[in-house]
Design a protein around this ligand. Structure first.
Ligand code: NAP
Length: 296
């Protein structure tokens, strides 16, 4: 069994990105600039946004955090989005999800300029990605594709089961795994809460990508020998022995699944760091487009 080490792979990628940033700044251009809008005080969201900002600093990006109260109105949030759309010093930005229930997430995502949508959630980017056109692909699925690529995992002709069909993970993941490219060319089955005979579908999988958000949902008896496991799930479980008061648990029961797996991502240290580095990669792409435009 080989661990798909997202921590190490993302560090390699960060080093590559940092080199690119220094090439851009040596030529006299400003560094890539990522902004994030964070609404409210959700603990997990604060942790994720802080990790993204720290990652920006590490690779030499500029970052800006816009914090808004959870009582902000939808119109006020849309105004902030428009400000960042218009701000020429910002290459890309994200609106950290989830948003408070009085705000329609899709309305906010659709208001982002697709050219600055480095999370890849805008319908235009998702549509372009589905058609195989250049687009910002969502960070988590892109990070998983990068991880499979860096470990040379065979995907062509394999049966890949994607557990979950969310707009940010499961759905784009299934599109990327079935596209005519490497990694891809898999025969993909998408499972969700209405799926019947889930156990037997999982047992026929060569690759399982689990994004359900249910701790230890996939157990050893549900997988076949030699399976490749990508565990996207992150659930905070109260743990009084930890300094933080919680620990992170994936969708896959690592202890019973790992002995049967050929490759497996750990939680934490698997998909999470790859997601962050993919966001940096998208921001770098946005910055490169700016440099190309201004150098003409
Ligand atoms: P989500 O929007 O809640 O979607 C969960 C999906 O799982 C839905 O499609 C749901 O089906 C399906 N599901 C729920 N119960 C099921 C069951 N019993 N059997 C089969 N399918 C079931 O979640 P998400 O945003 O995709 O996130 C999933 C997990 O990944 C969460 O733990 C999240 O924290 C984590 N995550 C991690 C990263 C990272 O960087 N590592 C990034 C994003 C998300 P229906 O569609 O029928 O409801």
């Amino acid at each position: 069994m080989i661990i798909l080490d997202g921590k190490k792979t993302s560090q390699d990628l960060r080093n590559e990105i940092a080199e690119e940033v220094s090439k851009i700044t040596t030529k006299g251009y400003r560094p890539p600039h990522l902004a994030a809008i964070l609404v409210g005080n959700n603990g997990a969201s604060i942790t994720y946004v802080n990790a993204k900002i720290k990652a920006c600093e590490e690779v030499g990006f500029k970052s800006t955090l816009v914090r808004l109260s959870d009582t902000v109105s939808q119109d006020e949030l849309l105004e902030e989005v428009e400000k960042l759309n218009q701000d020429e010093s910002v290459d890309g930005f994200i609106v950290q999800l989830p948003l408070p229930v009085h705000i329609r997430e899709q309305k906010v995502i659709t208001a982002i300029d697709p050219r600055k949508d480095v999370d890849g959630f805008h319908p235009q980017n998702l549509g372009r990605m589905a058609l195989g056109m250049t687009a910002f692909a969502p960070a988590t699925p892109s990070g998983i594709i990068e991880l499979l690529d860096r470990y040379n995992i065979e995907t062509g002709g394999k049966h890949c089961v994607v557990l979950g069909r969310s707009h940010i993970v499961g759905m784009p993941m299934s599109l990327l795994m079935s596209r005519n490219a490497y990694p891809g060319n898999a025969t993909v089955t998408v499972c969700h809460s209405h799926t019947r005979n889930l156990d037997s579908i999982l047992r026929s999988a060569d690759i399982i990508i689990a994004a359900v958000g249910r701790p230890n949902f996939v157990t050893g008896d549900m997988v076949k020998d030699g399976v490749v496991i990508v565990d996207v799930g992150i659930t905070r479980i109260v743990d009084t022995e930890k300094k933080s008061g919680y620990r992170l648990v994936g969708d896959v029961d690592f202890d019973s699944v790992a002995p049967k797996a050929a490759f497996i991502t750990p939680v934490p240290g698997g998909v999470g760091p790859m997601t962050i580095v993919s966001l940096l990669k998208n921001t770098l792409i946005a910055a490169r487009l700016r440099v190309r435009k201004t150098s003409k």
